[in-house]
Design a protein around this ligand. Structure first.
Ligand SMILES: *Cc1c(COP(=O)(O)O)cnc(C)c1O
Length: 399
């Protein structure tokens, strides 16, 4: 397709041209929204037609520091001009600094770097299997831990998992929030229990205050490892550095990704003293490159400098209050911590995503009837007011 002077491709808008090319050349595994995003500032995104949106999706809980932060752009620009990638055959200062920082904010003792959430889960699975010599895992119903052939075995959703069986890793799935069910599922072959401290993709399920502590105790009594998947809940999302800190529980291994590097792709695991890969036991070509490590350090610094964790806590509280006082009558519950909030409606709500978008708000629906809010941690009261007002005025079209 040729581009004319006016930015129109063969009579089509830039968006239409992109859409046609995507539909022809990209595998159609995503249900894309009919807009093309071209830039962002703070919590606001702009599409190719110049329309603005308040973003309550954040690239799926990735863009926690918001868009276009000059400090972040300067940090990655500076690092990119010096060195982008060097293999893990050599020492790398940004990586060492980041590992130290991650240990400091997580209370863990060592870190391994990779490139995504699913890869972090792979690393956690391998480390747990290596250190226990066992291969069975207990995971929760409605869990989501990624889509690689290993992590998929711990992911509950049958539509993700069943078509790919047999998988190399399987799990016994127990009710989330029921510690006795964990006890009952333990066998002599159990290596670890794997949990999201708050389930994100599964519909924003918050366990009761004691659940994770009880599971910690059960794991200790039975000599099995506890793995927390903090891929979605980490880096201030739930009003603490990590969601585990809301419950005062320390896992043996935790996984991180999504918001870790301010939008650049990175994953990591952190583990307690005594749990570590030895030489050659695991590796990643790109893991912890100077560029992504510098990005992660810059993003963490911005979270600290701008008090984004307390903003996440305060704005999350405000958002939940506003959502709870909507006039709409189809709300089953409002739940979450910090800026990981879900509103369960008594009917499927996919259409709400479209109507909100037309009104300038990007939302996302998970597990059919839960509207999920995962905005940048920079979001303001005024923006939340607008978002809730838009949602409140979308009719409940029950079917
Ligand atoms: C997104 C997510 C993953 C998978 O992360 P990818 O980077 O998409 O591989 C794993 N666990 C949780 C809890 C997630 O939210």
């Amino acid at each position: 397709m040729k581009k004319s002077e006016t930015g129109v491709y063969d009579g089509k808008s830039e968006f239409e041209a992109t859409k046609l090319k995507d539909q022809k050349y990209v595998m159609q595994n995503y249900g894309r929204q009919p807009i093309q995003i071209v830039k962002g500032k703070g919590s606001i995104l702009t599409d190719s037609e110049g329309k603005n949106y308040i973003d309550c999706v954040s690239g799926i809980a990735v863009n926690s520091i918001g868009y276009g932060d000059k400090r972040f752009v300067d940090a990655i620009t500076k690092q990119a001009s010096e060195l982008i990638h060097i293999s893990n055959l050599y020492y790398n200062k940004p990586q060492a600094n980041l590992a130290e920082k991650l240990c400091e904010i997580s209370g863990m003792s060592r870190v391994f770097f990779c490139n995504s959430g699913a890869e972090a889960m792979e690393a956690a699975i391998k480390l747990a299997r290596l250190k226990t010599g066992k291969s069975k895992f207990i995971a929760a119903k409605h869990s989501f831990h990624g889509r690689t052939v290993g992590s998929l075995g711990l992911t509950y959703g049958e539509k993700y998992r069943i078509p790919f069986e047999p998988l190399v890793q399987s799990a016994e799935f127990v009710e989330f929030g029921d510690s006795e069910a964990v006890s009952d599922a333990i066998s002599k072959d159990t290596a670890a229990v794997v949990l999201e401290p708050i389930q994100g993709e599964g519909g924003v399920h918050v366990p009761n205050d004691n659940y994770l502590q009880e599971v910690r105790k059960i794991c200790d009594e039975n000599g099995i490892l506890l793995i927390f998947d903090e891929v979605q809940t980490g880096f201030g999302r739930t009003g603490k550095w990590f969601c585990k800190d809301n419950f005062n529980v320390q896992p043996d291994i935790m996984t991180m990704a999504k918001a870790i590097a301010g939008g650049l792709p990175m994953g990591a695991i952190a583990a307690r003293e005594g749990l570590s890969f030895g030489a050659g036991e695991h590796a990643s070509t790109f893991g912890g490159s100077p560029l992504v490590s510098a990005a992660a350090l810059a993003s963490i610094k911005i979270i600290e400098e701008d008090n984004l964790i307390s903003n996440s806590f305060e704005m999350g509280k405000y958002l939940k209050e506003k959502l709870s006082s909507m006039k709409r009558k189809d709300v089953v519950s409002v739940r979450g911590k910090g800026l990981l909030v879900g509103v369960e409606l008594d009917h499927p709500c996919g259409y709400i995503v479209n109507e909100a978008r037309e009104s300038g708000v990007l939302l996302n629906v998970t597990s059919g009837n839960v509207v999920r809010f995962i905005p940048p941690l920079t979001i303001s009261k005024e923006e939340i007011d607008k978002v809730v007002d838009v949602l409140d005025n979308i009719p409940s079209q029950k079917t």
